[in-house]
Design a binder for this molecule. Structure first.
Ligand code: SAH
Length: 253
C-alpha cells in the first residue's frame, strides 16, 4: 500500500495527525527533498528506508514503490503542502493504477494557507473579493493561454502565485497591463511557517521587485496580490451581523 501524504508547508506541527501516523508506520518513505522540511522525517521509524525524490526520475520512484509492494511493505510518498497543488502526483497515481498498486491520499496544509496565516490576512473579504485564484506564471513550464496571468488578473481577485517569485518583474508587467495600479499591495512570503526561516515582505507593485531582490529571495516563496491586502475590515461579513439571519441564528434587529 502506498500513502500519498501532504507534509504541510514546513512547520512539522502543521502536518496532519493522520499524516504523522502514516509516516511513523511507513517502511519506505519517498520525500520531495527540494521542498519538504527534513525536520518532518523525525516522525519516521529509525529503520525506515528513506529516499529523496529530488534526485529521482518518475521511473525510479515507481521502481522503489513496486519493490516495496512486492515485499509487502508500506510506503509513504511525502509531498510538500497539499499533494493536489503542483505536486506532480497525477502521473504517479495514474502509473500506480496501471500497475495495480493500491494507494490513498492524505491532504496537507497548502503553503498558500500558511502564507495567509503569516500575513494574518483573510483572502475573501466582503465587498472586496470573494474569489482566490491559485496560479503560476508561465515560464519554463507553460500555462494555457486562456489562463495567462494577464487574463486572470482582469478579475481583480486575490491571486496566490506559486513557483514564480523569480519572475517577479514579468508578474508586475502582466498585472499592470491587466489594469492593476502600481500602488496595488503585494506580499511575498518565503518559507511560510518554517520555524526561524519564514520571511514576509509587504510592498506595492512598484516596490516589490526591489524589496525581494534586497531580501535575496528567489525560491520557496509565494506572491500574493490583491486588494484584500489593503482592505482590512473595510466591510463586515453578514455571518456575524446582528441584521442577518441564518440557519443557526435569528437576526436581532
Ligand atoms: N504542494 C505545494 C506546492 C508545491 S509547488 C503546496 O500545496 O504548497 C512549490 C511552490 O510552492 C514553491 O515554488 C513556492 O511557490 C510554494 N511553496 C511551497 N512551500 C512554501 C512555503 N512554505 N512558503 C512559501 N511558498 C511555498
Amino acid at each position: 500500500m502506498v500513502h500519498i501524504v501532504g507534509a504541510g508547508p514546513g512547520d512539522p506541527d502543521l502536518m496532519t495527525i493522520k499524516g504523522q501516523r502514516l509516516l511513523s508506520e511507513a517502511d519506505v518513505v519517498i520525500y520531495a527533498g527540494s521542498l519538504v522540511n527534513e525536520e518532518i522525517l523525525k516522525f519516521c521509524k529509525p529503520e525506515a528506508e528513506i529516499y529523496n525524490s529530488a534526485q529521482m526520475m518518475l521511473e525510479e520512484i515507481l521502481h522503489v514503490m513496486t519493490l516495496a509492494e512486492k515485499a509487502g511493505k508500506t510506503t509513504v510518498r511525502l509531498h510538500t503542502g497539499d499533494p493536489s497543488i503542483y505536486g506532480a502526483t497525477q502521473e504517479q497515481m495514474d502509473a500506480m493504477e496501471a500497475r495495480g498498486i493500491e494507494f490513498d491520499v492524505t491532504p496537507g496544509v497548502s503553503s498558500f494557507l500558511a502564507a495567509a496565516a503569516a500575513l494574518k490576512q483573510e483572502y475573501t473579504l466582503p465587498g472586496v473579493t470573494q474569489t482566490v485564484i491559485i496560479t503560476r506564471r508561465g515560464g519554463r513550464t507553460p500555462v494555457p493561454d486562456s489562463e495567462s496571468l494577464k487574463k486572470l488578473a482582469q478579475h481583480q481577485t486575490t491571486l496566490c502565485i506559486f513557483l514564480s517569485v523569480n519572475l517577479l518583474p514579468e508578474i508586475k508587467q502582466d498585472l499592470m497591463s491587466a489594469g492593476f495600479k502600481s500602488s496595488t499591495p503585494v506580499a511575498v512570503v518565503y518559507k511560510a511557517s518554517w520555524p526561524g526561516e519564514e520571511k514576509v515582505i509587504k510592498g506595492r507593485l512598484d516596490t516589490i521587485v526591489q524589496q525581494v531582490k534586497d531580501a535575496n529571495i528567489d525560491r520557496t516563496a509565494l506572491v500574493i496580490v490583491g486588494h484584500c491586502l489593503s482592505s482590512k475590515g473595510k466591510q463586515q461579513s453578514n455571518l456575524y451581523s446582528p441584521k442577518f439571519s441564518h440557519m443557526f441564528r435569528q437576526a436581532r434587529f
